[in-house]
Design a protein around this ligand. Structure first.
Ligand code: SF4
Length: 412
């Protein structure tokens, strides 16, 4: 038995050419003197994917069409001498065509073995982008009459150092070994037959004749060798965390228990900055704090909301079910916060004086956040006002971000 396989018994339907592709793959890997621990097999969704269970190599089961993308990440990070192989069907190759082309363009050192049996076997025999026009399937009993992609030519044009198409009969382990030996992107398309669905709709099907009739040229396509895309092994990269500004503890705030504050305003009015300022002030006051932002995909327009948690204890979960304070500084914020206003069973609500007093299930207090220092400072002023009125933090920590305190400070 092959050192690459754990069992002689393969899991496919009787007569399925996947048996042969699996055995030829293991033979080709052995030809190159590779050990199972040097090989990573990334399988896609489809019948071929159950090969995971029989390969003695590392195996990763991917998402439909995405196995090449997963394999590319693995291959980029592995040193030379390791081999990454993708098993994908014609359906998966159609879904993930862009991943295959990009891996070829970047010359990621991996080999894609396409099991092209002209249909999606696992889902009932539907046609793929590699199905010949006259090939009959369950949903196209007269054929699709659409041209199929020419995958080998596509990856060749994208820069693959080696691409080949073979009929999945006889010994093609030499072609597979040639592909596996490349230190760059290679692809082997194996033309196959699904014994469960092909004869049902194509009773006279013969694989070689069908390949010829479909214009599937056999052979190989090569490009001159070029450097493979591999990440520098062990290279030091600056951590994103190292760019964070450290907050120094300056005082000890007395907060008896955890408090959740929700700030709701408009994009471009400093909501996120104000929330971060309060969270930083709390950390400077020896508390634990989290801040979460929420805004639409159009970040420059519409609402902007933030959730700030302050706690004397470490925060294990940063969600706020029901806020202790809901602070609303603009019409966008009011619109966004309406469901919360009606759902709150406790807590307090502060609303800017320019807004109509909203319906709410708890008392609503009106304050002027927008007039004193303009809309751009409304969120900062609102949080500073609440923090001061509720004595959430020592005065000096609030003053550090309160526009009112800054305006009153003597010019030095
Ligand atoms: S359904 Fe078709 S492709 Fe899948 S294992 Fe059976 S014969 Fe092979």
């Amino acid at each position: 038995m092959s050192t690459m396989l754990l069992s002689d018994k393969l899991p496919y339907c009787p007569g399925c050419t996947h048996h042969h592709v699996t055995r030829q793959t293991s033979k080709a890997l052995e030809k190159l003197g590779l050990a199972p621990q040097d090989v990573v097999l990334v399988t896609d969704i489809g019948c071929h994917g159950i090969a995971d269970a029989v390969f003695a190599t590392h195996t990763v089961h991917g998402l439909h069409g995405r196995s090449t993308a997963i394999a590319a990440g693995i291959a980029m990070a592995l040193p030379a001498g390791k081999k990454v192989v993708v098993f994908i069907g014609d359906g998966g190759a159609t879904i993930g065509l862009q991943h295959i082309l990009e891996a070829a363009r970047m010359n990621v050192p991996l080999t894609v073995v396409v099991h092209n049996n002209f249909l999606y076997g696992m889902t009932g025999g539907q046609p793929s982008g590699l199905t010949p026009p006259e090939f009959k399937t369950v949903v196209a009993p007269e054929g699709t009459h659409l041209p199929h992609h020419n995958l080998c030519e596509l990856v060749h044009d994208a820069g693959a150092v080696f691409a080949a198409r073979v009929v999945g009969l006889g010994d093609f382990s030499g072609t597979l070994a040639e592909a596996f030996a490349q230190d760059g992107f290679s692809l082997v398309e194996v033309l196959e037959m699904c014994t469960s669905y092909t004869p049902k709709f194509n009773p006279d099907f013969k694989l070689r004749q069908a390949a010829e009739a479909a214009g599937y040229a056999l052979g190989s396509w090569t490009n001159p060798p070029r450097p493979p895309f591999r990440l520098q092994f062990g290279a030091q990269k600056p951590s994103l965390l190292s760019q964070l500004k450290l907050v120094t503890r300056k005082q000890q705030a007395r907060l008896p228990h955890r408090l959740g504050i929700v700030l709701a305003g408009s994009a471009g009015e400093g909501v996120q900055y104000a929330a971060e300022s309060l969270a930083r002030a709390a950390v400077a006051g020896g508390l634990h704090a989290t801040k979460k932002g929420s805004y639409p995909v159009t970040v420059g327009v519409g609402f902007s909301a933030a959730e700030i948690l302050l706690s004397p204890e470490p925060i294990r979960y940063h969600g706020i079910g029901e806020p202790d304070f809901l602070v609303i500084t603009s019409e966008d914020g009011l619109h966004w916060a309406r469901p919360k206003l009606l759902a709150m069973r406790h807590g307090r609500v502060f609303v800017d004086a320019s807004l109509p007093k909203p319906e709410a299930s708890v008392p609503v207090e009106v304050r002027d956040f927008r007039t004193p220092f303009g809309a751009k400072n409304a969120a900062l002023l609102a949080l500073a006002t609440v923090a001061r009125e509720e004595a959430l933090l020592p005065e000096a920590l609030i003053a550090a971000f309160d526009p009112q305190a800054k305006a009153a400070a003597p010019v030095s």
